[in-house]
Design a protein around this ligand. Structure first.
Ligand SMILES: Cc1cc2nc3c(=O)[nH]c(=O)nc-3n(C[C@H](O)[C@H](O)[C@H](O)COP(=O)(O)OP(=O)(O)OC[C@H]3O[C@@H](n4cnc5c(N)ncnc54)[C@H](O)[C@@H]3O)c2cc1C
Length: 494
């Protein structure tokens, strides 16, 4: 009988415990999993907003939605409300929902733009249930037979604890201790063991680096370089603070642009998470503190916590017998709440390519290629929010508005600006609906339209649009208040 592969997960933040939990749930009888973490070092613990793919991940790995939501003070998220991004005073919602009905030839927005040119059609959001529900503070997992597209806001520390309890009960061994050295085989270049303080050692066959920004294994021991993307995404600091809630939780995240940064507001059942993301090139720490504390609602319940980061990407997240997952593999600011998503997709990719036979180089190569495609797509989507702006009120916005952008994004913006054509990114996290909402929301309105909207005479188009918006309104009327739904569906445990 073959021996179980010894997997060592270094680090126990959201990435470490998601890794341990997903491996033990699906491959537990083939692997012997040990997780090493250090209470002395702690975790980042601020990843609190998510995207809908988390639901699929939970489904695959058998996480019960209500149990998870009760344990993590979670609320529902239908999208992100962006304030002052395109111009001071502007706002729009990027929802997870789909507006109207597209055809194979053209996105729904093309029909809507044709209607607008003929003097009817209202706003694009009139055709999106999730957007209207977010505005009305309503939510249920389904409106009649129509499921809603949604994600969660959660308490990151509670989530790691929830996954830890489940992982340990399924057989993951947790070792408390600080990694002081990493032993690399001088012949093969593989990692052999983690040396902990007080002469303890954890040996393994395969290592997963979840040590956070430090990337102790992938960067420290294996020397994989970090590709710096901060010329496109200049933010390098954040200040996070928790406050009491002054109102029932809305079913969306708020991303409020300021003169030299942006502020998040994430509603949980018991409190609100807040933070300011800014760039030390354009904003001092004192100004960041004043901006954040001057724009929160409710009373602070924690001291403001500073965080530093460098936006970028580990050139090879998998090298030798080590894969980096989580912050050790790179960082993109949390504007579209994508970090936990990128952890889960890396895990699924790793499990598909898991090196059971020991031959690693081709598997690693494939993993690294796919990971790059995925990260670059998310990077472009985040840059769009900064680049496509009319703001001229600070050095920060002037820098973003006038900077060069990746060719891939420039190509997209040019085509959309010309005739509204849009396509999903290659890994389909941000589908056409997301690109359309953000491009139009930020003020990029196509000069011309596809002819699809003129195939029907205007009267017939009007009728079709009327039916679609009536359907949305009927479903909206079926939805309860978001907070009432939480109270009966998944009230927090304490
Ligand atoms: C400002 C900010 C806001 C964010 N908001 C969001 C969001 O809204 N949504 C989202 O999806 N993501 C968000 N993220 C990202 C999210 O926080 C991370 O992706 C997530 O927490 C995973 O972190 P991690 O587990 O990789 O690292 P960490 O949380 O840093 O965990 C690292 C682990 O490694 C251990 N460790 C490190 N060194 C050693 C050592 N020498 N010995 C032993 N153990 C060690 C630590 O003890 C810890 O357990 C945000 C990040 C930041 C900075």
């Amino acid at each position: 009988m073959e021996e179980n592969i010894r997997v060592v997960v270094a680090g126990g933040g959201t990435a470490g415990w998601l890794t341990a939990y997903s491996l033990v749930t699906r491959l537990g009888n083939l692997l012997e999993i040990t997780l090493v973490e250090s209470d002395q070092i702690g975790t980042v613990g601020v990843g609190e907003a998510t995207v809908p793919t988390m639901r699929k991940f939970h489904h695959i790995f058998k996480v019960d939605e209500r149990e998870f939501m009760r344990a993590t003070q979670a609320t529902f998220k239908l999208g992100i409300f962006f304030d002052h991004w395109g111009a001071p005073g502007d706002s729009y919602i990027h929802t997870f929902g789909v507006a109207g009905q597209s055809t194979w030839m053209a996105g729904f927005h093309q029909y809507w733009m044709e209607a607008r040119a003929n003097g009817f059609g209202g706003s694009l959001g009139d055709y999106c249930l999730e957007l209207k529900a977010a505005n009305a503070g309503k939510f249920a997992v389904k409106a009649g037979e129509t499921p809603l597209a949604y994600a969660y806001h959660l308490d990151a520390t509670a989530y790691a604890g929830f996954l830890r309890r489940k992982s340990e009960s399924l057989g993951v061994r947790r070792v408390e201790g600080k990694i002081s050295e990493i032993t690399v085989d001088p012949v093969t270049g593989d990692i052999r063991s983690l040396e902990l303080e007080h002469d303890r050692r954890v040996a393994g066959d395969f290592f997963i680096d979840c040590t956070g920004f430090g990337g102790l294994l992938i960067g420290g021991a294996l020397g994989v370089e970090y590709e710096d993307w901060s010329h496109w995404l200049a933010a390098d600091r954040a200040l996070a603070v928790q406050t009491t809630s002054i109102e029932p939780p809305p079913p969306y995240t708020r991303a409020i642009a300021h003169a030299s940064g942006w502020q998040w507001r994430i509603p949980l059942q018991s409190r609100t998470g807040n933070g300011l993301v800014y760039s030390s090139r354009f904003c001092s720490d004192d100004d960041a503190r004043a901006t954040l504390l001057g724009n929160i609602t409710g009373k602070t319940i924690t001291e403001p916590r500073p965080l530093r980061f460098k936006t970028g990407f580990r050139k090879n997240a998998w090298r030798k017998n080590c894969v980096a997952i989580g912050l050790s593999s790179g960082f993109l600011e949390p504007l579209e709440s994508t970090s936990i998503h990128l952890i889960t997709t890396s895990l699924i990719r790793l499990m598909k390519l898991f090196p059971f036979s020991g031959a690693m180089a081709p598997l690693a190569d494939h993993f690294n290629r796919e990971t790059r495609i995925e990260w670059e797509a998310v990077r472009d989507f985040i840059i769009l929010h900064y680049k496509q702006t009319q703001r001229e009120d600070s050095e920060f916005w002037n820098y973003y508005r006038t900077m060069d952008i990746p060719d891939s994004l420039a190509h997209r913006m040019e085509i959309f600006g010309e005739n509204g054509h849009v396509w999903p990114d290659l890994v389909s996290l941000f589908r056409t609906n997301s690109w359309v909402q953000v491009m139009i929301g930020q003020g990029l309105f196509p000069k011309h339209r596809h002819g699809a909207g003129r195939i029907l005479p205007p009267e017939a188009l009007k009728q079709e649009l009327g039916k679609l918006s009536a359907f949305v309104n009927q479903n909206l009327a079926r939805l309860p208040d978001h907070n009432d739904f939480i109270k009966q569906y998944c009230p927090a445990q304490n």
